[in-house]
Design a protein around this ligand. Structure first.
Ligand SMILES: Cc1cc2nc3c(=O)[nH]c(=O)nc-3n(C[C@H](O)[C@H](O)[C@H](O)COP(=O)(O)OP(=O)(O)OC[C@H]3O[C@@H](n4cnc5c(N)ncnc54)[C@H](O)[C@@H]3O)c2cc1C
Length: 432
């Protein structure tokens, strides 16, 4: 082991940041590696996509978070693999990084369950680029329909959201609100009531992990706000112009948002370690990777279990608590002490449906819905946001949106150089 042990953390997300912060004052050199130079607050990406918040409100430059912590360095790079025997992390275009401890916190990505066309023509919501790409596309649909109303017959204003979990519910609710409150005024010459938001869920209920009363509340609220909720429905294939359902129905549609499936970041496979369902890395009770001394995995990429043997959900609090746990365990090992088992403290789950509408299930069987749940949701997200400036900006934006029934950043932003082109499906009208 080196004189000062080297801790490399792959991923500056919810989990990775907590590892680095917990190691403040511990005699180690921490290197955080991320393909982006910023942290992304994924739970609010849908608000960037639906023009409720600016991209910068839900992200934070990683370097800016560690000005006061001298034992943390940052490297912007793509991790491509790990040589466990030589204890080196391979980076694309950079020298290898040696490590004594390696924390894998690379998060998750979308899975389309092999649905034909979904990867090519569907929009995902995992990164800030995804959110801005989707926002560009949404606003462009309205610009095009305003210029040529026949675009509506070709599905120009039909927006299909696949997946009735929290992300699907939140996105569908936010789209309906954006169209009814803001686009109705932005496009006075267009009959915006023709815009359709269709939420598709395979199960016979929305919000799988929630209680039936919360599920019904979400269903009723979405329907009352104009969202067409299709339960027990399945998307069979997707093209640039239409969605085909398993029952054979073909719905003209130029926007499909895929909020249905999640799998571990493919990096998990590249690391050559044992994996479980959806590719998540097998970890021991203390979150170490079996047979990889000094190797740890946390957050969405790992399959940590609770004391009943159930795999923990892919949620921000799980990643954050696991990050703090691993930071503490590394410090314990350096002090010559043994490791402890990870115990997740469940603080409840929430999903917002729109203005003054949400469901929240808190410990002690406390169930909130409507305005109280919405206020709880707003408060929690402001607290969890990274950076004081972001908190202030988000609060200001939300207050502005609430009081004026308006939205700010409905900009169409496309970088000009091919090198910096946003990823995303081809525009069916222009072929771009
Ligand atoms: C749309 C959406 C909404 C969500 N809403 C909620 C919610 O309301 N409440 C909740 O609790 N959770 C929510 N989640 C889940 C929550 O965001 C995740 O559980 C959490 O982000 C997991 O943290 P993590 O540290 O494991 O991964 P992440 O926070 O995703 O961080 C992973 C980091 O690894 C980096 N990375 C990945 N691969 C590489 C590589 N090869 N090289 C370098 N860097 C790499 C990524 O750039 C990223 O910064 C939501 C997720 C999404 C996508």
């Amino acid at each position: 082991m080196a004189v000062v042990p080297r801790v490399v953390v792959i991923g500056a997300g919810f989990g990775g940041l907590e590892v680095a912060r917990t190691l403040k004052g511990v005699p180690v050199e921490v290197t955080l590696v991320d393909r982006h130079n910023f942290f992304t607050f994924q739970p609010l990406l849908y608000q960037v996509a639906t023009a409720g918040l600016n991209a910068a409100d839900v992200s934070h430059v990683v370097r800016g978070l560690f000005h006061g912590q001298r034992n943390v360095a940052f490297r912007q790079a793509e991790v491509t693999g790990v040589d466990w025997a030589a204890r080196l992390v391979h980076l694309e275009g950079h020298a290898d990084l040696p490590f004594d401890h390696l924390v894998v916190a690379g998060g998750a990505t979308v899975t389309h369950f092999g649905t034909p066309g979904a990867a090519d023509h569907g929009f995902a919501l995992y990164t800030l680029e995804d959110a801005v790409t989707l926002r560009n596309h949404l606003v462009e649909r309205f610009e095009r329909a305003d210029a040529d109303p026949t675009a509506v017959d070709r599905g120009g204003l039909t927006f299909v959201v696949v997946g009735g979990g929290p992300t699907g519910v939140e996105t569908a609710g936010a789209l309906a609100e954006l169209f009814a409150m803001v686009f109705r005024k932005d496009y006075p010459a267009l009959d915006v009531s023709q815009a359709r938001v269709v939420l598709v869920e395979m199960q016979d209920h929305l919000l799988g992990p929630f209680a039936p009363s919360s599920q019904r509340h979400a269903f009723d609220t979405l329907r009352s706000r104009g969202v067409e909720v299709r339960l027990g429905a399945q998307v069979a294939s997707v093209s640039a112009e239409a969605v085909t359902f398993a029952d054979g129905e073909v719905l003209p549609c130029q926007t499909l948002i895929w909020a249905a499936g999640v799998q571990a970041n493919p990096l998990a496979t590249a690391l050559g370690v044992a994996q479980e369902r959806a590719g998540r890395i097998t970890v021991g009770a203390d979150l170490q990777i079996p047979d990889r001394p000094g190797g740890w995995a946390i957050g969405d990429i790992a399959a940590a279990h609770d004391r009943h043997g159930e795999v923990l959900p892919q949620l921000a609090p799980v990643a954050m608590q696991a990050g703090r746990h691993v930071g503490r365990q590394i410090a314990r090992l350096l002090e010559g002490r043994g490791t402890e088992a990870f115990r997740y403290r469940d603080k409840g789950t929430m999903a917002t449906i729109g203005r003054r509408a949400a469901v929240a299930e808190l410990p002690g069987r406390i169930r909130l819905r409507g305005a109280p749940a919405w206020l709880a949701w707003l408060g929690l997200h402001v607290v969890l946001l990274v950076g004081k400036r972001n908190r202030a900006s988000v609060l200001l934006n939300w207050a502005w949106n609430y009081l004026t029934w308006d939205r700010g950043p409905r900009l169409i932003l496309r970088p000009r150089t091919p090198d910096h082109r946003f990823s995303g499906p081809q525009d069916p009208d222009t072929g771009r």
